[in-house]
Write a protein that binds this ligand. Structure first.
Ligand SMILES: [Zn+2]
Length: 362
């Protein structure tokens, strides 16, 4: 059965917070870990540099930091006319990934206007099993002002390279992150390179979690049974560009985690937990209001940070813009343990036995 996968978009402007999510709850991806793009963009930047070359360089960035193989054929293949029409799916499906810089998306406007739109599609089996993405057209909004540059985002001038990184991420099967400045954030930000969490999303989606530098080792369950759940996380003082364990009390920190649940748990009602262990052994758990409550070791008494229908990847923003000195804290050591449960399995907990550790000193 041919099932059409959904679309993904990139918003134009704005600043926001790191993490990854999967585009398709079935964790759909390119089964052979390889994509071939037909890129024949003729436009150039204001100083004459080829957008086609910039796209190839963005593809090479993904390829060099993951196990994805990206081939570029420098040939224009119209994503609108060379496709198999499919009702409700712009451009249809032809099993090819075409790149275009155009005023419309096959006669439709850019919904906003968006800077660009990626349309990964293909066939997939129903249910939370890996299916395949076989088609992945990318449309860049030709009505906007494009250039190629590094560094902070400039008002009204879009950097083709970072938007390419973002759209390729969609075609590979990533969705938007809720965390701030990363390539897979829905908004164009100051991030002009792939961040560790962007890489982790692909590493886990393509079943090479060992390539994720934010992996929290030792996934296990309270009952002691094996689990395929994967936990990532870390603390960052630069909006996700790098993750560290040692910070000064005057730095502004974000602590983030992503929980990739067992495939059989996707779509089930569950709870996400963050348990903090202080150096003196005090236990705290994050509650749904964002505060931290003292707890005992009785897991049935833990407040949950969030109750939700579990997605393939579930992001948790544990601490945002925390400046310890502002709270009168000069020196502290913290360990954050990440877990989830299913409402249908009282007493069972899936967690990473390695915590996110951070030390704050004056
Ligand atoms: Zn997007």
């Amino acid at each position: 059965m041919r099932k059409i996968l959904t679309i993904a978009v990139l918003l134009l402007l704005g600043q926001s917070a790191s993490g990854f999510t999967f585009l398709f709850e079935g964790k759909n991806r390119h089964l052979d870990s390889s994509v071939t793009f037909y890129a024949g963009i003729m436009q150039v930047s204001p100083d004459g540099r080829s957008f086609n070359t910039a796209f190839s360089e963005a593809a090479l960035d993904w390829q060099s930091q993951t196990r994805i193989s990206i081939n570029i054929i420098n040939e224009y293949l119209d994503p609108c006319t060379s496709t198999t029409p499919v009702s409700g799916f712009l451009g249809g499906l032809d099993g090819k990934a075409s790149i275009d810089m155009t005023a419309t998306v096959c006669g439709n406007d850019f919904f906003g206007p968006l800077a660009a739109i990626a349309l990964p599609g293909g066939t997939s089996p129903t249910g939370p099993n890996p299916g395949d993405i076989t088609d992945g057209d990318i449309y860049f909004n030709g009505s906007l002002n494009w250039d190629i540059y590094d560094g902070p985002r400039r008002p009204d001038l879009l950097d083709f390279s970072r938007v390419s990184l973002h759209e390729i991420g969609h075609i590979l099967g990533l969705s938007h992150t809720i965390f701030s400045q990363e390539i897979m954030n829905a908004e164009v930000t100051d991030a002009d390179v792939l961040y560790p969490d962007d890489i982790c999303g692909i590493a886990i989606l393509y079943e090479t979690p060992q390539d994720c530098t934010m992996l929290l080792e030792g996934s296990t369950s309270m009952s002691g049974g094996p689990t395929t759940a994967i936990f990532t996380g870390g603390a960052t003082a630069d909006s996700g560009a790098s993750y560290e364990t040692m910070f000064s009390s005057t730095q502004s920190l974000n602590v983030v985690s992503t929980i990739v649940v067992e495939d059989a748990h996707i779509g089930l009602q569950g709870n996400l937990y963050v348990v903090v262990v202080l150096a003196d052994g005090t236990l705290l758990a994050k509650n749904s209001d964002g505060g931290f409550d003292p707890i005992t070791e009785d897991i049935n008494s833990f407040p949950s940070a969030e109750s939700k229908v579990l997605a393939g990847a579930n992001e948790l923003l544990i601490l945002e813009n925390l400046v310890a000195a502002d709270l009168g804290i000069a020196n502290i050591g913290l360990s954050f343990y990440i877990a989830y449960s299913l409402v249908t399995e009282p007493g069972e907990l899936y967690f990473a036995s390695t915590p996110i550790r951070l030390t704050i000193t004056e």
